[in-house]
Design a protein around this ligand. Structure first.
Ligand SMILES: [Zn+2]
Length: 329
């Protein structure tokens, strides 16, 4: 018997319970574990919250609350010794430097249960390292917080980008309407993708909106390891249209191809509004796109995880020096 019943119930909870109900469940579980490990309830709650690096339970969102429930269940199963072992914190997270560096995550930990990365959709196993990105209130008017991310998305996605990572950057940039900036590593990945098949340069979307100037900028971005290369929205759309040409798709891995299909689908839905989302209520910006995504008839990884997500862009000083992401205001 576990605190929350059988695993199937836990899986159902993960999908269905939302913050108020989850918070109550966590609070009840803290009472139970407090009795099991023989520690004062308030002290235990404080320690448990360190699993998510939050000061108060009220600050925990659905993603954190699910992880806390899993932790409490494990504490109950493993008893006092397991609880003590779980409290050991990970105090340092090695990250790449230079233009590939992401801000220090808000929290990094071993996953208490297998799950899916909320950004790229890759599965992670129990005990694999996962992380949550820092979230500033200045982001809240446009972006939504990302849930738990796989280790690649937590620390490596800008240093060793996959094609999927570049696609996600194009998608969330177009979703937010806040500009699409890629670094030199991402420029290299996109450049190689756009140039590996000569047929792409004679495709209809390319000849309608030539990408030669963009290629030159990507080439410079890659060779000079530029912190940021900006892409115009129309250019980003053209790039997606070119990448969905058969010559490009033939070379893709299954996850890259699936994500590309989803991006193409949602860009089309934003343009055609098949569900008739009223502009009078949702405007024409990111709230409209959010709603169109939420009511899509063909849900995808992207519609299930929502957004838009702030994927971080390098900041540079006036003199062109890279700003340490942990020292930004
Ligand atoms: Zn990921």
């Amino acid at each position: 018997m576990t605190l929350f019943g059988v695993d199937e119930v836990l899986l159902a909870d993960r999908e269905e319970l939302t913050a108020p109900a989850l918070r109550m469940r966590v609070s009840e579980a803290v009472d139970s574990v407090s009795a099991i490990v023989g520690e004062d309830r308030d002290a235990l709650l404080k320690r448990i919250l360190k699993f998510t690096n939050l000061p108060r339970l009220a600050d925990a969102d659905d993603h954190d609350l699910h992880e806390l429930m899993w932790e409490l269940q494990a504490c109950e199963r493993e008893g006092r010794r397991g609880y003590r072992a779980r409290l050991r914190r990970i105090t340092s997270v090695p990250r790449p430097g230079d233009i590939g560096r992401l801000p220090r995550p808000r929290w990094a930990k071993a996953a208490t249960a297998a799950g899916l990365c909320q950004l790229c959709g890759d599965a992670y196993a129990r005990n694999a390292m996962i992380g949550r990105a820092k979230w500033g209130s200045e982001l809240a008017s446009l972006y939504v917080p990302m849930g738990w991310l796989c280790w690649h998305c937590t620390v490596n996605r800008r240093d060793r980008p996959r094609r999927r990572d570049v696609l996600l950057r194009l998608f969330h940039g177009l979703f937010a309407g806040d500009g699409i900036g890629i670094n030199g590593h991402e420029s290299r990945v996109l450049l190689e993708w756009l140039t590996e098949k000569p047929a792409l340069a004679t495709s209809k979307p390319w000849t309608s909106d030539p990408l030669d100037e963009t290629l030159a900028r990507l080439r410079t971005g890659a060779s000079e390891r530029k912190p940021i290369v900006w892409l115009a929205e129309t250019t980003a759309r053209t790039i997606v249209s070119v990448l969905q040409e058969p010559a490009s798709r033939g070379t893709l891995s299954a996850p890259d191809d699936e994500l590309l299909s989803s991006v193409v689908q949602h860009l089309a839905e934003w343009a055609t509004n098949p569900a008739g989302v009223p502009h009078s209520r949702y405007g024409t910006g990111h709230r409209f796109r959010q709603r169109v995504l939420a009511v899509t008839e063909n849900p995808t990884l992207l519609s299930r995880s929502g957004g838009p997500y702030f994927l971080f862009q390098c900041q540079v000083t006036r003199t062109g020096n890279l700003v340490d992401p942990d020292k930004e205001s």
